[in-house]
Design a protein around this ligand. Sequence first.
Ligand SMILES: Nc1ncnc2c1ncn2[C@@H]1O[C@H](COP(=O)(O)OP(=O)(O)OP(=O)(O)O)[C@@H](O)[C@H]1O
Length: 316
Amino acid sequence: MIELEGLTKRYGEKMAVNNLTFTVRPGIVTGFLGPNGAGKSTTMRMMLGLDRPTAGDVRIDGRHYDRLKDPLKHIGALLDAKAAHGGRSAFNHLLCLAQSNGIPRQRVHEVLDTVGLTSVARKKTKGFSLGMGQRLGIAGALLGDPRILMFDEPVNGLDPEGIHWIRTLMKSLAAQGRTVFVSSHLMSEMALTADHLVVIGQGRLLADTSMADFIEHNSRSYVRIRCPQRERLLDVLHEAGITAVESGEVLEVDGAKAEQVGELAAAHQLVLHELSPQQASLEEAFMRLTAESVEYHAHSGTSAPPQQWGDGWKRG
Ligand SMILES: Nc1ncnc2c1ncn2[C@@H]1O[C@H](COP(=O)(O)OP(=O)(O)OP(=O)(O)O)[C@@H](O)[C@H]1O
């Protein structure tokens, strides 16, 4: 378990992390989301004792990081895929980490095998691709067989097979009862991996919610309809107590299933050119939540997602 209590970090005038209080629990994957510059890496660095908080506190299984004996046996972290010494082989990089934490040499072979780097174990890491570097960083995190794992943007640079692999790995680590904390700015990726979400923007907590709640409140589902006898269909829907919103030549219906609309249309001999269930993306919901706290805006001219859905899970 990782517990944050009023965690704060200020760099000069810049408030990078602002009074964060939340708990990362074992047995589930917790996604840590926020736009660029939101303070995710700074928060993770403070969890690992690499940055000193300006105020507040963070505890790893009840203790401060610097009080942990052989810390790799308590918490393993992937923070920076390029952190390995380029002149060392993958094997020697991991062996150094192992020796400094009282971990047997045999474990280095095991984690290299787990991440699929056995065949390049003796190669110098400076020749590694970004994806290979990520795998090596993950091997380092797993080395001490810790109960808590932390990954900063682990899918960065991985190909689709690698992304699938890391997703499965994180879920299986959580299923073993470990605490898994993973940062990303990709909502779509988190939706496939995380059970719980912590969202921050400009250093502040925006949401601390289960993924199920997030989906329930934010993935607006509706039925899209095109009908050449539109006015008649609108009357039929109205009589059945179903509200349809007109959007160009399309009708959108909330709160009714496609089957119900199709059967009503058939009963009144109305022709439908389209009848399709739709799901609005979680990516849109995330962007809307964090829109006000995005530091670096690009202007694409795209309109904001609909305003009518999903505010229920935000913290006040
Ligand atoms: N050592 C530092 N000195 C000064 N400012 C810093 C330092 N480290 C981070 N910051 C600032 O603190 C804020 C939070 O940065 P941080 O890297 O934690 O964000 P992030 O959420 O990890 O971003 P990204 O998704 O882009 O990696 C940013 O505005 C950043 O410029």
